[in-house]
Design a protein. Structure first.
Lengths: 320, 279
Protein backbone atom coordinates (compact mmCIF):
# COMPACT_ATOMS: atom_id res chain seq x y z
CA UNK A 1 0.00 0.00 0.00
CA UNK A 2 1.58 3.30 -1.12
CA UNK A 3 1.57 5.95 1.56
CA UNK A 4 1.79 8.81 -0.98
CA UNK A 5 -0.22 8.92 -4.22
CA UNK A 6 0.05 12.33 -5.87
CA UNK A 7 -2.31 13.57 -8.58
CA UNK A 8 -2.26 17.03 -10.14
CA UNK A 9 -6.01 16.92 -10.73
CA UNK A 10 -6.68 16.25 -7.07
CA UNK A 11 -4.09 18.79 -6.00
CA UNK A 12 -5.59 21.69 -7.98
CA UNK A 13 -9.10 20.83 -6.90
CA UNK A 14 -8.21 20.73 -3.19
CA UNK A 15 -5.94 23.79 -3.47
CA UNK A 16 -8.67 25.95 -4.98
CA UNK A 17 -11.19 24.66 -2.44
CA UNK A 18 -8.91 25.72 0.41
CA UNK A 19 -8.39 29.12 -1.24
CA UNK A 20 -12.13 29.71 -1.69
CA UNK A 21 -12.76 28.67 1.87
CA UNK A 22 -9.94 30.55 3.56
CA UNK A 23 -9.38 33.79 1.64
CA UNK A 24 -12.76 35.38 2.51
CA UNK A 25 -11.93 34.98 6.20
CA UNK A 26 -8.44 36.42 5.75
CA UNK A 27 -10.04 39.39 3.98
CA UNK A 28 -12.51 39.79 6.83
CA UNK A 29 -9.71 39.64 9.39
CA UNK A 30 -7.67 42.15 7.39
CA UNK A 31 -10.60 44.57 7.14
CA UNK A 32 -11.09 44.36 10.90
CA UNK A 33 -7.37 44.96 11.27
CA UNK A 34 -7.58 48.03 9.03
CA UNK A 35 -10.49 49.45 11.00
CA UNK A 36 -8.66 48.86 14.27
CA UNK A 37 -5.56 50.55 12.85
CA UNK A 38 -7.34 53.66 11.64
CA UNK A 39 -10.17 54.16 14.07
CA UNK A 40 -9.38 52.59 17.43
CA UNK A 41 -6.69 54.31 19.48
CA UNK A 42 -4.12 52.14 21.18
CA UNK A 43 -5.20 53.35 24.60
CA UNK A 44 -8.71 51.95 24.00
CA UNK A 45 -7.37 48.54 23.01
CA UNK A 46 -4.98 48.22 25.90
CA UNK A 47 -7.59 49.75 28.20
CA UNK A 48 -9.93 46.82 27.59
CA UNK A 49 -7.52 44.40 29.18
CA UNK A 50 -7.10 44.17 32.96
CA UNK A 51 -3.84 45.46 34.38
CA UNK A 52 -3.07 42.12 36.01
CA UNK A 53 -1.17 39.98 33.54
CA UNK A 54 -2.92 36.80 34.56
CA UNK A 55 -6.37 38.38 34.30
CA UNK A 56 -5.41 39.94 30.94
CA UNK A 57 -4.59 36.51 29.53
CA UNK A 58 -7.82 35.06 30.89
CA UNK A 59 -9.83 37.86 29.25
CA UNK A 60 -7.91 37.50 25.95
CA UNK A 61 -8.97 33.88 25.70
CA UNK A 62 -12.59 35.00 25.75
CA UNK A 63 -12.32 37.78 23.15
CA UNK A 64 -13.49 35.36 20.47
CA UNK A 65 -16.99 35.59 21.94
CA UNK A 66 -17.26 39.27 20.97
CA UNK A 67 -14.83 39.20 18.02
CA UNK A 68 -15.31 35.71 16.54
CA UNK A 69 -12.68 35.00 13.91
CA UNK A 70 -11.64 31.62 12.58
CA UNK A 71 -8.05 30.45 12.26
CA UNK A 72 -7.60 31.86 8.73
CA UNK A 73 -8.55 35.42 9.65
CA UNK A 74 -6.94 35.66 13.04
CA UNK A 75 -3.33 36.42 12.08
CA UNK A 76 -3.83 39.95 10.66
CA UNK A 77 -5.97 40.89 13.65
CA UNK A 78 -3.41 39.65 16.15
CA UNK A 79 -0.66 41.46 14.30
CA UNK A 80 -2.64 44.68 14.47
CA UNK A 81 -3.41 44.16 18.15
CA UNK A 82 0.27 43.71 18.90
CA UNK A 83 1.04 46.92 17.05
CA UNK A 84 -1.56 48.64 19.19
CA UNK A 85 0.23 47.58 22.34
CA UNK A 86 -1.56 44.38 23.30
CA UNK A 87 0.97 42.11 25.05
CA UNK A 88 2.20 39.21 22.95
CA UNK A 89 1.00 36.69 25.54
CA UNK A 90 -2.54 38.05 25.22
CA UNK A 91 -2.31 38.07 21.41
CA UNK A 92 -1.20 34.44 21.31
CA UNK A 93 -3.95 33.44 23.75
CA UNK A 94 -6.58 35.14 21.60
CA UNK A 95 -5.08 33.65 18.44
CA UNK A 96 -5.30 30.10 19.75
CA UNK A 97 -8.63 30.41 21.56
CA UNK A 98 -10.69 32.39 19.07
CA UNK A 99 -11.14 29.60 16.47
CA UNK A 100 -12.71 27.47 19.24
CA UNK A 101 -14.15 29.86 21.80
CA UNK A 102 -16.60 31.59 19.51
CA UNK A 103 -20.38 31.33 19.11
CA UNK A 104 -20.36 29.94 15.55
CA UNK A 105 -18.08 27.05 16.46
CA UNK A 106 -19.98 26.29 19.66
CA UNK A 107 -23.24 26.16 17.71
CA UNK A 108 -21.85 23.96 14.93
CA UNK A 109 -20.32 21.56 17.48
CA UNK A 110 -23.64 21.20 19.29
CA UNK A 111 -25.41 20.54 15.97
CA UNK A 112 -22.80 18.03 14.80
CA UNK A 113 -23.03 16.03 18.02
CA UNK A 114 -26.81 15.80 18.01
CA UNK A 115 -27.77 12.59 19.77
CA UNK A 116 -24.25 12.14 21.16
CA UNK A 117 -24.20 14.33 24.29
CA UNK A 118 -23.90 17.56 22.30
CA UNK A 119 -23.52 19.93 25.22
CA UNK A 120 -20.93 17.78 26.96
CA UNK A 121 -18.86 17.55 23.79
CA UNK A 122 -19.21 21.25 22.95
CA UNK A 123 -18.42 22.12 26.58
CA UNK A 124 -15.30 19.94 26.59
CA UNK A 125 -14.11 21.43 23.33
CA UNK A 126 -14.60 25.03 24.38
CA UNK A 127 -13.45 24.53 27.98
CA UNK A 128 -10.25 22.70 27.21
CA UNK A 129 -9.55 24.76 24.09
CA UNK A 130 -9.70 27.85 26.30
CA UNK A 131 -7.56 26.24 29.00
CA UNK A 132 -4.85 25.22 26.56
CA UNK A 133 -4.77 28.69 24.96
CA UNK A 134 -4.38 30.26 28.42
CA UNK A 135 -1.57 27.86 29.35
CA UNK A 136 0.30 28.70 26.15
CA UNK A 137 -0.32 32.40 26.76
CA UNK A 138 1.17 32.15 30.24
CA UNK A 139 4.24 30.35 28.90
CA UNK A 140 4.69 32.94 26.14
CA UNK A 141 4.43 35.60 28.83
CA UNK A 142 7.73 34.46 30.27
CA UNK A 143 9.55 35.01 26.98
CA UNK A 144 10.95 38.11 25.29
CA UNK A 145 8.85 39.20 22.33
CA UNK A 146 12.03 39.67 20.28
CA UNK A 147 12.70 35.95 20.41
CA UNK A 148 9.22 35.15 19.09
CA UNK A 149 8.14 37.81 16.59
CA UNK A 150 9.62 38.19 13.14
CA UNK A 151 12.19 40.92 12.94
CA UNK A 152 10.79 44.34 12.07
CA UNK A 153 7.21 43.19 12.09
CA UNK A 154 6.15 45.12 15.13
CA UNK A 155 8.14 48.22 15.86
CA UNK A 156 7.88 48.59 19.60
CA UNK A 157 7.92 52.15 20.76
CA UNK A 158 9.00 50.86 24.12
CA UNK A 159 11.88 48.47 23.44
CA UNK A 160 11.91 47.21 27.00
CA UNK A 161 8.36 45.90 26.62
CA UNK A 162 8.27 42.15 27.22
CA UNK A 163 5.72 39.66 26.02
CA UNK A 164 3.71 40.02 29.19
CA UNK A 165 4.19 43.57 30.38
CA UNK A 166 1.41 45.93 29.40
CA UNK A 167 2.94 49.23 28.43
CA UNK A 168 1.04 52.02 26.69
CA UNK A 169 2.13 52.88 23.15
CA UNK A 170 1.92 56.29 21.48
CA UNK A 171 -1.49 56.73 19.93
CA UNK A 172 -0.32 56.95 16.36
CA UNK A 173 -3.74 56.69 14.78
CA UNK A 174 -5.10 59.85 16.29
CA UNK A 175 -1.88 61.78 16.87
CA UNK A 176 -0.04 61.50 13.61
CA UNK A 177 -2.42 61.55 10.70
CA UNK A 178 -5.77 60.49 9.36
CA UNK A 179 -7.81 63.02 11.30
CA UNK A 180 -10.43 63.38 8.55
CA UNK A 181 -12.97 60.59 8.30
CA UNK A 182 -12.52 60.08 4.55
CA UNK A 183 -8.77 59.96 4.97
CA UNK A 184 -9.17 57.44 7.78
CA UNK A 185 -11.30 55.25 5.53
CA UNK A 186 -8.57 55.28 2.89
CA UNK A 187 -5.93 54.59 5.52
CA UNK A 188 -7.98 51.69 6.87
CA UNK A 189 -8.46 50.24 3.40
CA UNK A 190 -4.81 50.54 2.52
CA UNK A 191 -3.68 49.00 5.78
CA UNK A 192 -6.24 46.22 5.36
CA UNK A 193 -5.04 45.38 1.86
CA UNK A 194 -1.41 45.41 2.95
CA UNK A 195 -2.26 43.07 5.81
CA UNK A 196 -4.29 40.92 3.44
CA UNK A 197 -1.50 40.59 0.89
CA UNK A 198 1.13 39.93 3.56
CA UNK A 199 -0.98 37.16 5.10
CA UNK A 200 -2.34 35.67 1.89
CA UNK A 201 1.15 35.14 0.51
CA UNK A 202 1.88 32.73 3.37
CA UNK A 203 -1.61 31.26 3.22
CA UNK A 204 -1.17 30.28 -0.43
CA UNK A 205 2.03 28.43 0.34
CA UNK A 206 0.28 26.72 3.25
CA UNK A 207 -2.73 25.84 1.09
CA UNK A 208 -0.48 24.30 -1.56
CA UNK A 209 1.37 22.18 1.00
CA UNK A 210 -1.90 21.23 2.70
CA UNK A 211 -3.54 20.31 -0.62
CA UNK A 212 -0.59 18.07 -1.47
CA UNK A 213 -0.71 16.12 1.78
CA UNK A 214 -4.49 16.31 2.01
CA UNK A 215 -4.96 14.49 -1.28
CA UNK A 216 -1.82 12.37 -1.59
CA UNK A 217 -1.25 10.88 1.86
CA UNK A 218 -2.92 7.51 2.24
CA UNK A 219 -5.26 8.14 5.16
CA UNK A 220 -5.83 4.41 5.70
CA UNK A 221 -2.46 4.31 7.42
CA UNK A 222 -3.68 6.83 9.97
CA UNK A 223 -7.18 5.47 10.34
CA UNK A 224 -5.87 2.00 11.12
CA UNK A 225 -4.67 3.32 14.48
CA UNK A 226 -8.23 3.73 15.74
CA UNK A 227 -8.17 0.69 17.98
CA UNK A 228 -5.21 1.83 20.10
CA UNK A 229 -6.31 4.54 22.54
CA UNK A 230 -3.06 6.53 22.84
CA UNK A 231 -2.13 6.15 19.20
CA UNK A 232 -5.65 7.06 18.13
CA UNK A 233 -5.31 10.45 19.83
CA UNK A 234 -2.06 11.14 18.02
CA UNK A 235 -3.51 9.80 14.79
CA UNK A 236 -6.51 12.12 14.95
CA UNK A 237 -4.37 15.15 15.77
CA UNK A 238 -2.15 14.29 12.81
CA UNK A 239 -5.25 13.91 10.68
CA UNK A 240 -6.55 17.33 11.70
CA UNK A 241 -3.15 18.82 10.87
CA UNK A 242 -3.26 17.32 7.38
CA UNK A 243 -6.91 18.02 6.59
CA UNK A 244 -6.66 21.74 7.49
CA UNK A 245 -10.35 22.15 8.15
CA UNK A 246 -12.33 25.24 9.05
CA UNK A 247 -13.24 25.16 12.73
CA UNK A 248 -16.82 26.14 11.93
CA UNK A 249 -17.50 22.77 10.34
CA UNK A 250 -14.80 20.36 11.48
CA UNK A 251 -17.08 18.86 14.12
CA UNK A 252 -19.24 17.32 11.40
CA UNK A 253 -16.24 15.50 9.99
CA UNK A 254 -14.99 14.50 13.44
CA UNK A 255 -18.31 12.79 14.14
CA UNK A 256 -17.93 10.80 10.95
CA UNK A 257 -14.81 9.06 12.31
CA UNK A 258 -17.12 6.70 14.14
CA UNK A 259 -14.49 4.00 14.64
CA UNK A 260 -12.32 6.34 16.71
CA UNK A 261 -12.86 6.78 20.47
CA UNK A 262 -14.61 9.97 21.59
CA UNK A 263 -11.45 11.28 23.22
CA UNK A 264 -9.41 11.09 20.02
CA UNK A 265 -12.14 12.89 18.12
CA UNK A 266 -12.01 15.60 20.81
CA UNK A 267 -8.24 15.86 20.30
CA UNK A 268 -8.98 16.37 16.59
CA UNK A 269 -11.38 19.22 17.43
CA UNK A 270 -9.07 20.99 19.85
CA UNK A 271 -5.74 20.63 18.04
CA UNK A 272 -6.89 21.28 14.46
CA UNK A 273 -8.10 24.88 14.87
CA UNK A 274 -4.90 25.76 16.76
CA UNK A 275 -2.34 24.20 14.45
CA UNK A 276 -2.35 22.61 11.01
CA UNK A 277 -0.29 22.61 7.82
CA UNK A 278 -1.80 25.83 6.54
CA UNK A 279 -1.36 27.56 9.90
CA UNK A 280 2.36 26.75 9.96
CA UNK A 281 2.74 29.18 7.08
CA UNK A 282 0.16 31.66 8.29
CA UNK A 283 1.84 31.86 11.69
CA UNK A 284 5.15 32.35 9.88
CA UNK A 285 3.80 35.69 8.69
CA UNK A 286 3.95 36.77 12.33
CA UNK A 287 6.38 34.61 14.26
CA UNK A 288 9.90 33.32 13.83
CA UNK A 289 10.10 29.81 12.35
CA UNK A 290 11.66 28.38 15.50
CA UNK A 291 8.71 29.58 17.59
CA UNK A 292 6.20 28.16 15.09
CA UNK A 293 7.84 24.74 15.31
CA UNK A 294 8.04 24.84 19.11
CA UNK A 295 4.41 25.99 19.24
CA UNK A 296 3.30 23.08 17.04
CA UNK A 297 5.20 20.45 19.00
CA UNK A 298 4.12 21.96 22.31
CA UNK A 299 0.46 22.04 21.32
CA UNK A 300 0.67 18.46 20.07
CA UNK A 301 2.03 17.28 23.40
CA UNK A 302 -0.23 19.48 25.51
CA UNK A 303 -3.46 18.64 23.71
CA UNK A 304 -2.50 14.97 23.52
CA UNK A 305 -1.62 14.86 27.21
CA UNK A 306 -4.76 16.62 28.37
CA UNK A 307 -6.96 14.48 26.15
CA UNK A 308 -5.24 11.24 27.18
CA UNK A 309 -5.37 11.95 30.89
CA UNK A 310 -8.16 14.40 31.73
CA UNK A 311 -10.72 14.25 28.92
CA UNK A 312 -10.58 10.46 28.63
CA UNK A 313 -11.30 10.34 32.37
CA UNK A 314 -14.30 12.63 31.93
CA UNK A 315 -15.62 10.54 29.05
CA UNK A 316 -15.08 7.39 31.13
CA UNK A 317 -17.07 8.82 34.03
CA UNK A 318 -19.90 9.66 31.63
CA UNK A 319 -19.98 6.13 30.24
CA UNK A 320 -18.49 6.88 26.81
CA UNK B 1 9.25 54.84 -8.16
CA UNK B 2 9.69 51.41 -6.58
CA UNK B 3 6.76 52.03 -4.27
CA UNK B 4 4.62 53.06 -7.22
CA UNK B 5 5.42 49.87 -9.14
CA UNK B 6 4.75 47.85 -6.01
CA UNK B 7 1.40 49.56 -5.67
CA UNK B 8 0.45 48.64 -9.25
CA UNK B 9 1.49 45.02 -8.71
CA UNK B 10 -0.43 44.81 -5.43
CA UNK B 11 -3.53 46.29 -7.08
CA UNK B 12 -3.26 43.72 -9.88
CA UNK B 13 -2.93 40.91 -7.33
CA UNK B 14 -6.08 41.99 -5.53
CA UNK B 15 -8.10 42.58 -8.69
CA UNK B 16 -6.93 39.35 -10.28
CA UNK B 17 -7.77 37.25 -7.25
CA UNK B 18 -11.13 38.97 -6.93
CA UNK B 19 -11.80 38.38 -10.62
CA UNK B 20 -11.18 34.65 -10.26
CA UNK B 21 -13.54 34.53 -7.28
CA UNK B 22 -16.27 36.31 -9.23
CA UNK B 23 -15.83 34.16 -12.32
CA UNK B 24 -16.17 30.97 -10.25
CA UNK B 25 -19.27 32.31 -8.57
CA UNK B 26 -21.03 33.52 -11.72
CA UNK B 27 -20.12 30.45 -13.78
CA UNK B 28 -21.41 28.13 -11.05
CA UNK B 29 -18.05 26.33 -10.77
CA UNK B 30 -18.02 27.28 -7.11
CA UNK B 31 -20.83 24.74 -6.52
CA UNK B 32 -18.30 21.93 -6.85
CA UNK B 33 -15.93 23.47 -4.33
CA UNK B 34 -17.86 24.76 -1.35
CA UNK B 35 -20.74 23.95 0.93
CA UNK B 36 -23.64 26.30 0.02
CA UNK B 37 -23.27 28.03 3.39
CA UNK B 38 -19.89 29.46 2.31
CA UNK B 39 -20.57 30.35 -1.34
CA UNK B 40 -21.94 33.83 -0.77
CA UNK B 41 -18.68 34.74 0.95
CA UNK B 42 -16.87 34.08 -2.33
CA UNK B 43 -19.09 36.57 -4.15
CA UNK B 44 -18.77 39.24 -1.46
CA UNK B 45 -15.02 38.86 -1.04
CA UNK B 46 -14.52 38.77 -4.83
CA UNK B 47 -16.40 42.04 -5.23
CA UNK B 48 -14.49 43.63 -2.37
CA UNK B 49 -11.11 42.57 -3.74
CA UNK B 50 -11.88 43.97 -7.20
CA UNK B 51 -13.18 47.26 -5.78
CA UNK B 52 -10.27 47.67 -3.40
CA UNK B 53 -7.76 46.68 -6.06
CA UNK B 54 -9.07 49.21 -8.58
CA UNK B 55 -9.36 51.90 -5.93
CA UNK B 56 -5.81 51.27 -4.88
CA UNK B 57 -4.58 51.46 -8.44
CA UNK B 58 -5.93 54.99 -8.85
CA UNK B 59 -5.29 56.16 -5.33
CA UNK B 60 -1.53 56.01 -5.01
CA UNK B 61 -0.67 56.75 -1.38
CA UNK B 62 1.73 59.55 -0.65
CA UNK B 63 2.66 58.19 2.75
CA UNK B 64 4.44 54.90 2.69
CA UNK B 65 3.25 53.69 6.04
CA UNK B 66 0.24 52.14 7.73
CA UNK B 67 -2.62 53.88 9.43
CA UNK B 68 -1.10 53.50 12.85
CA UNK B 69 2.17 55.08 11.92
CA UNK B 70 4.72 52.33 11.33
CA UNK B 71 4.61 49.93 8.44
CA UNK B 72 6.16 46.49 8.45
CA UNK B 73 4.70 45.41 5.12
CA UNK B 74 7.59 44.45 2.91
CA UNK B 75 5.53 44.17 -0.25
CA UNK B 76 4.37 47.78 0.12
CA UNK B 77 7.93 48.98 -0.38
CA UNK B 78 9.67 46.29 -2.38
CA UNK B 79 8.94 45.36 -6.00
CA UNK B 80 10.44 41.93 -5.37
CA UNK B 81 8.00 41.19 -2.57
CA UNK B 82 5.09 42.54 -4.60
CA UNK B 83 6.10 40.31 -7.47
CA UNK B 84 6.33 37.34 -5.12
CA UNK B 85 2.84 38.13 -3.83
CA UNK B 86 1.53 38.46 -7.36
CA UNK B 87 2.95 35.08 -8.38
CA UNK B 88 2.00 33.22 -5.21
CA UNK B 89 -1.47 34.68 -4.88
CA UNK B 90 -2.73 35.64 -8.30
CA UNK B 91 -0.80 33.48 -10.77
CA UNK B 92 -1.23 30.30 -8.71
CA UNK B 93 -4.99 30.77 -8.50
CA UNK B 94 -5.25 31.63 -12.18
CA UNK B 95 -3.25 28.50 -13.01
CA UNK B 96 -5.48 26.48 -10.72
CA UNK B 97 -8.64 27.80 -12.33
CA UNK B 98 -7.30 26.87 -15.76
CA UNK B 99 -5.99 23.43 -14.80
CA UNK B 100 -8.56 22.24 -12.28
CA UNK B 101 -11.21 19.86 -13.59
CA UNK B 102 -13.51 20.71 -10.68
CA UNK B 103 -13.47 17.09 -9.55
CA UNK B 104 -11.26 14.46 -7.96
CA UNK B 105 -9.94 11.52 -9.90
CA UNK B 106 -10.15 7.91 -8.76
CA UNK B 107 -6.95 8.10 -6.72
CA UNK B 108 -8.81 10.05 -4.04
CA UNK B 109 -10.77 6.89 -3.23
CA UNK B 110 -7.49 5.06 -2.73
CA UNK B 111 -6.05 7.67 -0.38
CA UNK B 112 -9.16 8.60 1.60
CA UNK B 113 -11.05 5.34 1.68
CA UNK B 114 -14.80 5.20 1.23
CA UNK B 115 -17.67 5.30 3.71
CA UNK B 116 -20.51 2.83 3.37
CA UNK B 117 -22.05 3.09 6.83
CA UNK B 118 -24.77 5.76 7.05
CA UNK B 119 -24.03 6.28 10.76
CA UNK B 120 -20.77 7.95 9.75
CA UNK B 121 -22.63 10.68 7.87
CA UNK B 122 -23.89 13.82 9.59
CA UNK B 123 -27.51 14.94 9.44
CA UNK B 124 -30.74 13.12 10.11
CA UNK B 125 -31.72 9.69 8.87
CA UNK B 126 -34.22 9.46 6.04
CA UNK B 127 -37.53 10.47 7.66
CA UNK B 128 -39.97 7.81 8.63
CA UNK B 129 -43.07 9.98 8.89
CA UNK B 130 -44.32 9.33 5.37
CA UNK B 131 -43.62 5.65 5.37
CA UNK B 132 -44.09 4.23 8.87
CA UNK B 133 -47.34 2.32 8.97
CA UNK B 134 -47.80 2.94 5.29
CA UNK B 135 -45.25 0.67 3.76
CA UNK B 136 -47.45 -0.25 0.84
CA UNK B 137 -47.46 3.24 -0.64
CA UNK B 138 -44.45 3.84 -2.82
CA UNK B 139 -42.20 6.58 -1.54
CA UNK B 140 -40.82 9.04 -4.02
CA UNK B 141 -37.79 11.18 -4.29
CA UNK B 142 -39.70 14.42 -3.90
CA UNK B 143 -41.16 13.39 -0.60
CA UNK B 144 -37.73 12.52 0.70
CA UNK B 145 -36.14 15.78 -0.28
CA UNK B 146 -39.04 17.82 1.08
CA UNK B 147 -39.15 16.10 4.42
CA UNK B 148 -35.46 15.78 5.16
CA UNK B 149 -34.42 18.70 7.31
CA UNK B 150 -30.68 19.19 6.99
CA UNK B 151 -28.72 20.87 9.72
CA UNK B 152 -28.02 24.56 9.01
CA UNK B 153 -24.51 23.93 7.71
CA UNK B 154 -25.41 20.87 5.70
CA UNK B 155 -27.72 21.33 2.76
CA UNK B 156 -28.34 18.36 0.53
CA UNK B 157 -29.28 18.76 -3.12
CA UNK B 158 -32.80 17.87 -4.06
CA UNK B 159 -33.34 14.37 -5.34
CA UNK B 160 -36.53 15.36 -7.14
CA UNK B 161 -34.79 15.75 -10.49
CA UNK B 162 -33.82 12.12 -10.45
CA UNK B 163 -37.36 10.87 -10.01
CA UNK B 164 -38.53 8.85 -12.99
CA UNK B 165 -42.28 8.69 -12.60
CA UNK B 166 -42.87 6.85 -15.88
CA UNK B 167 -40.99 3.78 -14.73
CA UNK B 168 -42.09 4.09 -11.10
CA UNK B 169 -38.53 3.98 -9.94
CA UNK B 170 -37.72 5.54 -6.63
CA UNK B 171 -35.13 8.18 -7.34
CA UNK B 172 -32.64 8.33 -4.48
CA UNK B 173 -29.22 9.59 -3.63
CA UNK B 174 -26.45 7.38 -2.31
CA UNK B 175 -26.89 9.16 1.02
CA UNK B 176 -30.57 8.15 1.13
CA UNK B 177 -29.65 4.49 0.76
CA UNK B 178 -26.92 4.69 3.38
CA UNK B 179 -29.04 6.53 5.92
CA UNK B 180 -32.21 4.48 5.42
CA UNK B 181 -33.79 3.32 8.66
CA UNK B 182 -35.89 0.19 9.14
CA UNK B 183 -39.21 1.76 8.11
CA UNK B 184 -37.73 3.27 4.99
CA UNK B 185 -36.06 0.01 4.02
CA UNK B 186 -39.39 -1.73 4.36
CA UNK B 187 -41.04 0.94 2.24
CA UNK B 188 -38.65 0.46 -0.67
CA UNK B 189 -38.31 -3.30 -0.29
CA UNK B 190 -38.92 -5.06 -3.61
CA UNK B 191 -39.06 -1.78 -5.54
CA UNK B 192 -36.60 -0.52 -8.06
CA UNK B 193 -34.50 2.45 -7.09
CA UNK B 194 -32.58 4.73 -9.44
CA UNK B 195 -29.30 6.08 -8.12
CA UNK B 196 -26.72 8.23 -9.87
CA UNK B 197 -23.08 8.10 -8.89
CA UNK B 198 -19.55 7.52 -10.10
CA UNK B 199 -18.18 4.15 -11.16
CA UNK B 200 -15.33 2.78 -9.07
CA UNK B 201 -14.30 -0.82 -9.85
CA UNK B 202 -15.03 -3.37 -7.13
CA UNK B 203 -13.23 -6.48 -5.98
CA UNK B 204 -14.77 -8.64 -8.72
CA UNK B 205 -15.85 -8.05 -12.32
CA UNK B 206 -19.51 -8.21 -11.32
CA UNK B 207 -19.38 -5.70 -8.48
CA UNK B 208 -18.54 -2.03 -8.35
CA UNK B 209 -18.85 0.89 -5.96
CA UNK B 210 -21.38 3.54 -6.87
CA UNK B 211 -19.55 6.47 -5.36
CA UNK B 212 -20.33 10.09 -4.52
CA UNK B 213 -18.17 12.69 -2.81
CA UNK B 214 -19.63 13.95 0.46
CA UNK B 215 -18.52 17.45 1.44
CA UNK B 216 -18.61 18.83 4.95
CA UNK B 217 -17.14 22.29 4.38
CA UNK B 218 -15.17 22.44 1.12
CA UNK B 219 -13.98 19.93 -1.45
CA UNK B 220 -10.68 19.58 0.38
CA UNK B 221 -12.46 17.66 3.13
CA UNK B 222 -14.70 15.64 0.80
CA UNK B 223 -14.85 11.93 1.50
CA UNK B 224 -16.04 9.24 -0.90
CA UNK B 225 -19.20 7.41 0.11
CA UNK B 226 -20.57 4.43 -1.78
CA UNK B 227 -23.07 1.65 -2.12
CA UNK B 228 -21.96 -1.65 -3.55
CA UNK B 229 -23.63 -2.65 -6.81
CA UNK B 230 -23.91 -6.22 -8.08
CA UNK B 231 -24.39 -6.81 -11.80
CA UNK B 232 -25.24 -10.06 -13.56
CA UNK B 233 -22.67 -9.64 -16.34
CA UNK B 234 -19.27 -7.96 -16.07
CA UNK B 235 -19.25 -4.29 -17.01
CA UNK B 236 -16.43 -1.87 -17.42
CA UNK B 237 -16.46 1.92 -17.39
CA UNK B 238 -13.62 4.39 -16.95
CA UNK B 239 -12.95 5.18 -13.29
CA UNK B 240 -15.24 7.92 -11.90
CA UNK B 241 -17.54 7.70 -14.95
CA UNK B 242 -21.02 8.94 -14.00
CA UNK B 243 -23.60 6.16 -14.24
CA UNK B 244 -27.24 5.63 -13.38
CA UNK B 245 -28.03 2.36 -11.64
CA UNK B 246 -31.54 0.94 -11.54
CA UNK B 247 -32.02 -2.01 -9.25
CA UNK B 248 -33.23 -3.37 -5.93
CA UNK B 249 -31.41 -2.55 -2.69
CA UNK B 250 -30.79 -5.34 -0.17
CA UNK B 251 -29.72 -4.56 3.36
CA UNK B 252 -27.69 -6.65 5.76
CA UNK B 253 -25.74 -6.13 8.98
CA UNK B 254 -22.08 -7.08 9.41
CA UNK B 255 -20.27 -6.62 12.71
CA UNK B 256 -22.93 -4.17 13.82
CA UNK B 257 -22.57 -2.02 10.69
CA UNK B 258 -25.30 -1.64 8.12
CA UNK B 259 -24.45 -2.74 4.60
CA UNK B 260 -26.43 -2.19 1.42
CA UNK B 261 -26.01 -3.89 -1.95
CA UNK B 262 -27.98 -2.86 -5.03
CA UNK B 263 -28.80 -5.74 -7.36
CA UNK B 264 -28.64 -3.84 -10.63
CA UNK B 265 -31.02 -4.40 -13.51
CA UNK B 266 -29.38 -1.72 -15.64
CA UNK B 267 -26.30 0.46 -15.49
CA UNK B 268 -26.15 3.30 -17.99
CA UNK B 269 -23.63 6.12 -18.41
CA UNK B 270 -25.07 9.58 -17.77
CA UNK B 271 -23.85 13.16 -17.71
CA UNK B 272 -22.48 14.60 -14.51
CA UNK B 273 -25.38 16.04 -12.47
CA UNK B 274 -25.42 19.76 -11.82
CA UNK B 275 -24.56 19.21 -8.18
CA UNK B 276 -21.82 16.61 -8.27
CA UNK B 277 -21.12 16.87 -4.56
CA UNK B 278 -23.41 15.81 -1.74
CA UNK B 279 -23.63 17.86 1.45
Amino acid sequence: MNWFVFSWQNFWFAFLALVFEGVPFILLGSLISGVIAAFIPARVITGVLPKSRFAAILVSGLLGVILPVCDCGIVPIVRRMLKKGVPLSCGVTYMLASPIVNPVVIFSTVVAYQGQAPFLNAGLRVGFGYLIAVIVGLIVGTLQSGSILRRGLVTPSTPHRTAIKIAPLPDAASDQFGVHFAQKILDAMRTATDDFLATTLYFMIGAAVAATFNTAVNQHLILELASHSALSIMAMMTMSGILTLCSTSDAFLAVSFATFPSVSRMAFLIFGPMFDLKLIFLYSALFKKRFVIVLGVGLFLLVGGICGIVISGIYGSQGF
Amino acid sequence: MEARVSNILNACTLSGLGGVFLSFYWSGRIDQYLNPAFRLLVLVSGLLMVIIGVTRLFNYPIRNRCADGHCGHQHAKSVLWSLASFVAVCVSVLAGSALSRDAFDQRIVATRGSIEDGKSLPGPDVPTADFSGNASSPPNGSAISQNTQPSPLLIRPSTASLHDSANQEVALEVTDLLRADEAFRNAIAGKNVAVVGQFVPGSTETTFRLTRMFVWCCAADARPIHVTVNVSTPIDFPGMQWVKVVGKPEYSTRNGHSHVVVKAESVTPVKQPKLAMLY
